[in-house]
Design a protein around this ligand. Structure first.
Ligand SMILES: Cc1cc2nc3c(=O)[nH]c(=O)nc-3n(C[C@H](O)[C@H](O)[C@H](O)COP(=O)(O)O)c2cc1C
Length: 286
C-alpha cells in the first residue's frame, strides 16, 4: 500500500480529517510558519492519533531536530524539509544543501523532503522572482514536470535516509518515471490537495492520470506586463501572492464544508488574502 503523509496539521480535528481521507501519517511544522506548532500541542495531537497514523515533524534548525528526537524517542518518525537551492544570489546554495544533508546523515532522520526557492524566488511554486537576484535553475530542470528532480540526484548521492521530492508533480507518468529513475523514494504533492483532498487516492486507484494543476491558469495575464514574468515587481507579487491566496481560500472553503470555487480570480484572491492576513495579525496583536 502507498504511504501518504498530510503535512501542516495544527489541530486534532485536522488530524482526524487526514486519517479519514486515508493518510498513513500526519506532518507537523516546528519552523516559523502559519502552521507552526509547539512541542506540547504536537504531543497532544500525536496522542490523539496514536495507533492510527504515524506522526512526522518538519524543522528548521539542526538543534531543533535533535531536541525533538530526544523528546519523541527512537521509534518516532522524524522528517526534515530542505531547500535544494534558494535560487537567489547569496542565498542557500545547492552546495550548502549538500553540506547540510551530510550533517543530517548523523541525526537519525527518517525522511528528507527536498523542495526549493523562497518567497523572493518562489521556484517551489514554479515562478521566478526578481531577475537581478535570481540564480537560474538548470535548463534540464526547467524542462521537467517536477521542479527539483535534477537537484535530488546529487542529494541522493550524499543522503543516507529516504528522500521525497516535492514541487510540480502532477502526472502519474512523471511520478512513476521519477521513482524508476531512483532519484526520489517518495512523491511529495501540495497544491492539488487544496481543491481535491481525495485526488492522490483516485490517482493511485487508476481513476485519473493527472492531478489538478490550477496554477497553470492562476495569473492576471499569461505573458507581458501583467503576468508573473512582469518586469514590475508589483505585478509579480500580485500574481504570486494572489495564486497562493487562491489556494488558502480554497482550503478555508473545504474546511467549512463548502465546495472549492475554481473560478475565483487572482486579483480577488490577492485582495482577500491581504485582508485575511491583516485581520489575523491585528487579532494577534490585541
Ligand atoms: C497555500 C500554500 C501554503 C504553503 N505553505 C508551506 C509551508 O508552510 N511550508 C512549506 O515548507 N511549504 C509550504 N508550501 C509549499 C508546498 O509545501 C510545496 O512545496 C509547493 O506547493 C510545491 O509543491 P506542489 O507543486 O505539489 O504544490 C505551501 C504551498 C501553498 C500553495
Amino acid at each position: 500500500m502507498t504511504w501518504i503523509k498530510i503535512c501542516g496539521i495544527t489541530t486534532p480535528e485536522d488530524a482526524e480529517m487526514a486519517i479519514e481521507l486515508g493518510a498513513s501519517a500526519i506532518g507537523m511544522i516546528f519552523a516559523p510558519s502559519r502552521r507552526e506548532v509547539t512541542i506540547d500541542r504536537a504531543r497532544g495531537i500525536a496522542e490523539h492519533v496514536r495507533g492510527r497514523a504515524e506522526v512526522v515533524g518538519v524543522f528548521k534548525e539542526i538543534e531543533t531536530v535533535r531536541a525533538v528526537r530526544q523528546t519523541v524517542g527512537d521509534d518516532f518518525p522524524v522528517s526534515v524539509k530542505l531547500n535544494s537551492d534558494d535560487f537567489r544570489k547569496g542565498g542557500f546554495s545547492h552546495e550548502d544543501c549538500l553540506a547540510v544533508v551530510a550533517r543530517l546523515n548523523h541525526e537519525r532522520i527518517d525522511l528528507l523532503e527536498i523542495s526549493g526557492g523562497t518567497y523572493e524566488q518562489p521556484r517551489l511554486l514554479g515562478v521566478a522572482g526578481r531577475q537581478a537576484d535570481a540564480v537560474e535553475p538548470r535548463p534540464s530542470t526547467q524542462a521537467r514536470e517536477a521542479y527539483f528532480l535534477d537537484y535530488a540526484a546529487a542529494i541522493r548521492r550524499v543522503a543516507t535516509m529516504p528522500l521525497m521530492v516535492t514541487g510540480g508533480f502532477r502526472s502519474r507518468a512523471g511520478m512513476e518515471a521519477a521513482l524508476r529513475g531512483g532519484d526520489t523514494d517518495m512523491i511529495g504533492i501540495a497544491r492539488p490537495f487544496c481543491t481535491d483532498p481525495d485526488c492522490a487516492r483516485r490517482l493511485l486507484r487508476g481513476e485519473i492520470d493527472t492531478l489538478p494543476a490550477h496554477e497553470a491558469g492562476l495569473h492576471l495575464a499569461r505573458s507581458g506586463w501583467l503576468s508573473p514574468a512582469s518586469p514590475l515587481m508589483l505585478f509579480k507579487v500580485i500574481n504570486v501572492i494572489g495564486a497562493q491566496g487562491w489556494y488558502y481560500q480554497q482550503m478555508d472553503r473545504l474546511a467549512v464544508g463548502r465546495p472549492p470555487e475554481l473560478g475565483r480570480g487572482v486579483l480577488r484572491s490577492f485582495l482577500r488574502h491581504l485582508w485575511d492576513e491583516l485581520t489575523r495579525a491585528s487579532k494577534l496583536q490585541r
